[in-house]
Design a protein around this ligand. Structure first.
Ligand code: AMP
Ligand code: GLY
Length: 420
């Protein structure tokens, strides 16, 4: 098969790496890709949020199957355009992608599906939002309704902080994403990520993970897109998984289907678990980044068969071949991230790194010129490894990190600490 993956991050490098291991893959193109992806697949420049361009490109290259990595093209309806053109695609419609693109939509679906989540209010003006905050008290969580690249959530410790966040959001700090605001009860507990394939009718769990969102060791400092992750998440016991499936995932998928907007793709549920009871924090309609890297490291080439079965509506017959192993990824980021950072700094030491089914250095934000690799983003490399224990996976990942020579980069040295 000829396969096209849309995206350019560590998530897409991991997807490409898994797909390439499957003998059904004859040709793989990643658009736009990055320097690491270019070492294993063809890369092509393409505006991946422009559905028309993606359809034309797929037709010109005789693509049999398109896998959409990030949320922006999904929210922009790229999967719809591809399906309208008769192409097979992994990823939800724009309507179903609202599970990520609108927090108030997700809350409404949870209410209809009776899925446990934080109590909330939804507001279109600042005064009503502030009155609600004063009534509820702090701590309380203030969220921009729309897509805000993971930055539109403020955990307010005081009522004054919540009021300031409300003013910021309605004042345009998050652009259109903050025109509506959701205010939520602060949930206590331990967070974990749960990944489930959904084909519109059937659901298949494919793994759990935990990430480290804060930039600093000990989970301190500002939030980032994720500084590292590991899989599986110990807090996701079989009992918690069964509750999450029966109380949250299946009712949500049934509600989406009942509304005539069935969800097809990967549903990434952010859960808060307290005393064995999971509650939904949020949905994402794509793989997590860097959670995808650890999931792909554990699934390997079968990931392609699972995604393909999902897109073809054959999940009822699909099975995951679970290995009793652990994977861990460490993100190397540019100094200054998540604030401002320098671009174009040089990375060396990559040549001698092991690359096999137990080790992979995924590239997240790199480019290559005259044989030299440079950093082009905030999160730049993901040292990812698998082992019989989490400690083994972690030791392998950090030994890869230690071989990379990048004076302008940094990483956290404590990824996985909670589980260890
Ligand atoms: P979100 O973008 O919705 O994932 O929120 C970002 C992070 O904020 C989550 O991963 C949680 O750590 C935290 N968070 C969001 N909503 C809540 C909540 N209602 N209670 C506690 N923490 C939350
Ligand atoms: N690592 C969190 C996310 O991809 O949303």
């Amino acid at each position: 098969m000829n396969i096209l993956i849309l995206g350019s991050g560590g998530r897409e490098h991991a997807l490409a790496w898994a797909v390439m291991q499957n003998p059904k893959c004859d040709r793989l193109i990643v658009a736009p890709g990055n320097a690491g992806i270019a070492m294993i697949a063809e890369c092509a420049a393409l505006d991946i949020e422009d559905g028309g361009s993606v359809v034309t490109f797929a037709e010109e290259n005789s693509i049999d199957f398109v896998i959409v990595g990030p949320e922006a093209p999904l929210a922009a309806g790229v999967a719809d355009r591809l399906r309208d053109a008769g192409l097979l695609v992994f990823g939800p419609s724009a309507e179903a992608a609202r599970l990520e693109a609108s927090k108030s939509f997700t809350k409404e679906i949870c209410a209809a599906a009776n899925a446990p989540t934080a109590a909330y209010g939804h507001f279109t003006d600042a005064e009503a939002a502030k009155a609600y905050v004063r009534e509820q008290g702090a701590p309380i969580v203030v969220k921009a309704d729309g897509l805000a690249a993971g930055k539109g959530v403020i955990i307010a410790e005081t009522v004054a902080e919540a009021e300031a966040a409300i003013d910021d959001m309605f004042g345009g700090a998050f652009g259109g994403a903050g025109a509506e605001v959701v205010i939520e009860e602060f949930m206590q507990g331990e967070e974990a990520s749960f990944f489930v394939l959904c084909d519109g009718t059937d659901v298949l769990p494919i793994g759990t993970a935990q990430d480290h969102k804060r930039v600093g060791e000990g989970d301190t400092g500002p939030n980032t897109g994720g500084m590292g992750a590991y899989s599986p998440a110990p807090v996701m016991s079989d009992a918690v998984i069964a509750k999450a499936m029966n109380e949250i995932i299946k009712p949500t998928m049934a509600e989406m289907a009942n509304r005539g907007t069935p969800f097809q793709g990967i549903l990434f549920a952010g859960l808060m678990i307290e005393n064995g009871q999971p509650r939904l924090v949020e949905y994402n309609v794509r793989f997590g980044d860097p959670e995808c890297q650890v999931l792909m490291m554990r699934l390997g080439g079968q990931a392609f068969d699972l995604l393909h079965a999902c897109a073809e509506g054959r999940l009822a017959e699909a099975r995951v071949n679970w290995a009793d192993d652990y994977a861990l990824t460490v993100v190397l980021a540019a100094k200054g991230y998540p604030g401002s950072y320098e671009k174009g700094t040089v990375i060396t030491g990559l040549d001698g790194l092991p690359e096999d089914s137990f080790h992979m250095l995924f590239h997240a934000g790199t480019s290559e010129k005259d044989g030299q690799i440079t950093a082009t983003g905030g999160r730049v490399l993901n040292a990812t490894a698998r082992g019989a224990t989490l400690q083994e996976a972690r030791d392998k990942a950090y030994s890869m990190v230690d071989q990379v020579n990048w004076p302008d980069g940094f990483c956290r040295r404590d990824i996985g600490w909670r589980a260890l």
